[in-house]
Write a protein that binds this ligand. Structure first.
Ligand SMILES: C[S@@+](CC[C@H](N)C(=O)[O-])C[C@H]1O[C@@H](n2cnc3c(N)ncnc32)[C@H](O)[C@@H]1O
Length: 247
């Protein structure tokens, strides 16, 4: 319970910013995979009466989430589903899926598996919202995110901090079209993807996120060119070999 609430406190600021800056009014059913105690669902549902939430969590964490959600008015609109997203079916029928602070817990292989499972549960209109500390292609900026990589490895056993380019590549490989990457708070940012090959593919009709965005284009983000690798020495020593043995 204490650990769950601690993670919830860490997520509070980006969750509030996401709730006001992303246009949830276009969605009806929001699924939070590895949703913790509902830190991202509650602010989004508070601001959007028409939104229903589903929180998917491992059984122990799901029970804690249910207890805490029962204390919140928005908790009545959240169904808590206990399961393992690598083994169990992910609840279908959601037009938005959040994966927040989960990617950094897992190896690249596990993250691809998670994105693939989310795609299998997606509708043609589903947007995938990945919230995490993402770095630039050199894995050195933002500095706080780069420094957190060691902690994620130690705490989670296979965790790491990944670059936007890495996530884009995994998304493209697993049936998602990356659309936009926007800062939220501190080193935490939002990467949005659409179900690839579905009628909804393409840039969002409206993107009301704040003007501090780095991106000026609403063109879908494409796979990074393999012929243009990062400068020599930019990748972290041992990174490739550590990834190869996990997942
Ligand atoms: C770092 S926490 C993030 C929680 C929440 N998304 C947030 O940002 O506050 C990662 C969460 O993923 C959940 N998780 C890890 N492996 C999972 C699995 N195989 N299936 C479902 N949930 C999982 C954990 O229980 C944990 O609550």
């Amino acid at each position: 319970m204490i650990r769950a609430e601690g993670i919830g406190a860490f997520a509070a600021a980006p969750a509030e910013v996401l709730a006001v800056s992303y246009d949830f009014s276009r969605h009806r059913r929001l699924l939070d995979l590895g949703g913790g105690v509902g830190s991202f669902l509650v602010p989004a549902l508070r601001r959007h009466d028409g939104l229903q939430g589903t929180l998917f969590e491992l059984p122990g964490a799901a029970a804690v989430a249910r207890q805490l959600l029962d204390r919140e008015p928005e908790g009545k609109r959240v169904e808590v589903v206990a399961g393992d997203f690598f083994k169990d079916p992910i609840p279908p029928g959601h037009d938005a899926i959040i994966i927040a602070n989960v990617v950094h817990v897992f190896s690249p292989e596990h993250n691809r598996a998670l994105f693939r499972a989310a795609r299998a549960a997606a509708t043609p209109q589903t947007r995938l919202l990945i919230v995490d500390m993402l770095t630039d292609s050199t894995h050195t900026q933002p500095v706080f995110a780069a420094l957190a990589a060691g902690e994620f490895l130690v705490v989670a056993g296979e965790g790491d901090v990944y670059s936007e380019e890495e996530l884009r590549e995994w998304l493209l490989d697993t049936g998602w079209q990356p659309l936009e990457h926007k800062p939220l708070t501190g080193p935490t940012s939002l990467l949005v993807a659409a179900a690839k090959g579905a009628p909804a593919e393409g840039p969002p009709a409206a993107w009301p996120l704040r003007s501090h965005s780095k991106s000026t284009s609403e063109e879908p983000l494409t796979r990074p060119a393999k012929a243009n690798p990062p400068p020599t020495g930019a990748s972290r020593p041992g990174r490739g070999s550590r990834r190869g043995g996990r997942g």
